[in-house]
Design a binder for this molecule. Structure first.
Ligand code: DQA
Length: 145
């Protein structure tokens, strides 16, 4: 059932989680995050499609494909958060419930990370909760969908 499916999107450099700046992003790998999201979603009767890419267009194509396949999107756009009007436009276009997740608290970091192009099209934003943020996103979507 398409309405019981979530798309989990992770942007550039998040494939390196676990070894990438662990003092900021922690030691949990992307595979572990994807597994935790899948397991928790399953408990709520939701299936998960997971995509990670370092390429903006690949992320946009995945968001478009979710339009007729998924009911909600969890997205950590990585650095594209702060640069990509195109990803924000894609999220707005598909008209799905969107949760924006950041492992770190972007508002506590460099000034250039304070602005998000994605937040205005997100229904919920989590920043600074580490991997728990993804689980909060699942719980939020499960309550909404
Ligand atoms: C991030 C924060 C971004 O500023 C950064 O470019 C990332 C990860 C986070 O999860 O905290 O790649 O989205």
């Amino acid at each position: 059932m398409t309405e019981r499916r979530l798309l989990l999107v992770n942007g550039p450099n998040l494939n390196l989680l676990g070894t990438r700046e662990p003092e900021i992003y922690g030691s949990t790998t992307l595979a572990q995050i994807e597994q935790a999201v899948t397991d928790l979603a399953e408990q709520h009767g939701l299936a998960v499609d997971a995509v990670q890419s370092n390429h903006e267009g690949v992320l946009i194509d995945a968001i478009h494909a979710a339009r007729n396949a998924c009911a909600g999107i969890i997205i950590n756009p990585g650095a594209f958060t702060h640069t990509s009007v195109a990803i924000a436009d894609a999220l707005a276009a598909v008209e799905l419930t969107v949760v924006e997740v950041h492992l770190s608290n972007i508002h506590k970091r460099e000034q250039f990370r304070h602005h998000s192009y994605v937040s205005p099209v997100a229904d919920m934003v989590v920043a600074g909760a580490g991997p728990l943020g993804y689980e909060l996103a699942v719980r939020f979507l499960a309550s909404r969908l």
